[in-house]
Design a protein around this ligand. Structure first.
Ligand code: ZN
Length: 57
């Protein structure tokens, strides 16, 4: 399993960003800076809403 990417929508501004499913550091929205994913040691916890899963190529 190489891990998947997820398209996550920011809850504040609805900007969509592709985030690695096992992100090792906090991922912030590129537009407004809100945290949209945080690391948990395994799969990242998304604070935004996942729009779709993007399979790793
Ligand atoms: Zn945002």
């Amino acid at each position: 399993m190489a891990g998947s990417f997820f398209r996550v929508a920011c809850q504040d501004c609805e900007n969509e960003q592709v985030v690695f499913g096992k992100a090792a550091s906090e991922v912030n929205c590129a537009v407004c800076g809100t945290t949209i994913a945080r690391p948990t040691g395994g799969d990242a916890e998304f604070t935004g809403s996942v729009v779709e899963t993007v399979e790793a190529r």
